[in-house]
Design a protein around this ligand. Structure first.
Ligand SMILES: *Cc1c(COP(=O)(O)O)cnc(C)c1O
Length: 488
């Protein structure tokens, strides 16, 4: 189907709305109020509905199909979350209401703080940050504030393994830390010798993603944390990969000092154009007082007759606010619902199945693709999207060809340490049938790469726009590509 704009579909004199007869005298609008250079399209109601419905079908979403976008944890967003977020008491409350009138909201926030503390093993949690990256910014700011509070001002370096998400060095640099890369060893762990060599009294901390972006649990995690702690640095945990660990390992127990959660990944609140996100930050005992406030606390204990009274408080040495009002409240409701629906055992099952699904999928396709770090994976894995005997075909071509098979492509060209990376994260919400169908497609594409590589090089074949310059599309966004031919 050709993609037409509403202007091209327009047919002079065809109305889309019916106004009631005017019950006041009509007057001419004063000159200058009506711009004649913007001719409005004229379409019937059904034309408009079909146009936008058609556009919506050009979108791909997790509600439509498998979305193995590595690192993004594109799991199904249960509809019960939405039903709860739309309860009028939640949906229509205002952050400036007196606290007595929003006790239910505050109780939910308090309980969510407590649940996140328990799930990840932290002493305190602030729900404020509105995305993982903002959680990182918050956490790294807390690390700086901690060192400053001890007058330990020569700590200017942040260590970041080269398998890290791009947001890690970006967050550190924004705060003014000097980013020092730590290489990955042959097994996909942070290189201990390089780490030891980098650790001295100028190190503020390390930003660690565990499991890392190769989908591998760092086998030396306790040593890594110990080395950094012994040098006086703190350990930031990038919690975006928590979906592999729920109920199995608590980052706080490993010695991680501060970590962000991605409610929109692990706890099924929508993201990827469906936003907004939410990136609460958890900290160990020593960092509690630095958290951004306001936090929710019990300000008057309850008893048999009266429930407790919840209110806000600002920690003593708080780095301040990082978000207007109290964070993404609608996301708190969704994440809280998700956690309560699963319970402790259910959350553990989520992670077990996420890891099982990833390993099952890997076992089905690894015969056809190179696995550069050959270990049992966690919730995702990274392949090389290149075949030595067909050097013209790249990861990008494989990703584009998957669209012809009606799958969302995996993340590609990330992590940077894998040549032609294809990063695949199936999540726990996919059935064995879906995983099998995806594996079939990946195997078929590997065969095509050898037999008919032009099929991949010219993919995708089913989309209205084939290959676009993605960088230009993002940097030079044209939202209105239609201009009237004959401007009056
Ligand atoms: C998604 C992700 C982030 C950033 O989270 P946002 O909510 O997208 O800002 C950071 N680190 C890793 C490993 C991630 O996967």
């Amino acid at each position: 189907m050709t993609e037409k704009t509403v202007y091209e579909l327009s047919s002079p004199g065809r109305p889309g709305v019916q106004f009631p007869d005017a019950d006041v005298p009509s007057v001419e609008l004063p000159a200058g109020f009506v711009r004649k250079d913007i001719p409005l399209p004229e379409l019937s109601e059904v034309d408009v509905i079909r146009h936008y419905m058609h556009l919506s079908h050009l979108n791909y979403s997790v509600d439509e199909g498998f979305y193995p976008l590595g690192s993004c944890t594109m799991k199904y967003n249960p509809r019960v979350n939405e039903a709860m977020a739309r309860l009028p008491g939640f949906a229509f409350s205002h952050p400036l209401q007196p606290i007595e009138s929003i006790q239910g909201n505050l109780a939910l926030m308090y309980n969510l703080q407590e649940l996140l503390k328990e799930i990840a093993g932290f002493a305190s949690v602030s729900l404020q940050p509105s995305a993982g990256a903002q959680g990182e910014f918050t956490g790294v700011t807390i690390i700086r504030a901690y060192h400053q509070s001890r007058r330990d001002t020569k700590r200017t370096k942040m260590l970041i393994p080269d398998s890290a998400h791009g947001t890690n060095p970006a967050s550190s640099a924004m705060i003014g830390f000097e980013v020092v890369g730590i290489p990955t060893d042959a097994r996909g762990n942070a290189d201990l010798e390089a780490l030891k060599a980098a650790c001295d009294d100028t190190v503020a901390g390390i930003m660690l993603t565990n499991p890392n972006t190769l989908g591998l649990f760092d086998e030396n995690i306790l040593q890594v944390i110990d080395i950094v702690h012994k040098s006086g640095g703190l350990v930031y945990g990038d919690g975006a990969n928590l979906n592999a660990l729920l109920g199995i390992v608590r980052p706080g127990d490993l010695g991680i000092d501060v970590m962000h959660f991605n409610l929109h990944k692990t706890f099924s609140t929508p993201h990827g154009g469906g936003g907004p996100g939410s990136g609460p930050v958890g900290v160990c005992e020593a960092l509690k007082e630095f958290l951004p406030g306001p936090l929710v606390a019990v300000i008057e204990e309850g008893d048999d007759e009266m429930p407790p009274l919840f209110g806000f408080y600002q920690p003593e040495k708080s780095i301040g606010r990082v978000k207007a009002f109290n964070g993404q409240f609608g996301m708190f409701v969704r994440a809280y619902t998700y956690i309560m629906m699963h319970g402790a055992d259910g959350l553990r099952r989520v992670s077990e199945l996420a890891v099982l699904n990833a390993n099952y999928l890997l076992s089905k396709i690894r015969s056809a693709y190179k696995l550069p770090y050959d270990r049992v994976c966690m919730h995702e894995f990274v392949l090389e999207g290149i075949f030595p005997d067909v050097p013209d075909v790249h990861a990008l071509d494989i990703a584009k060809r998957l669209m012809d098979y009606d799958f969302h492509p995996p993340t590609n060209y990330f992590p940077l340490i894998v040549h032609e990376a294809l990063m695949i994260e199936p999540t726990e919400t996919e059935s064995i049938q879906t995983l099998d169908a995806f594996a079939e497609a990946m195997l078929a594409i590997a065969r095509e790469a050898h037999e008919k590589p032009e099929l991949l090089l010219t993919a995708p074949h089913k989309t209205p726009i084939r290959r676009l310059d993605e960088v230009k599309a993002a940097k030079d966004l044209v939202l209105c590509c239609w201009l009237p031919e004959k401007a009056e």
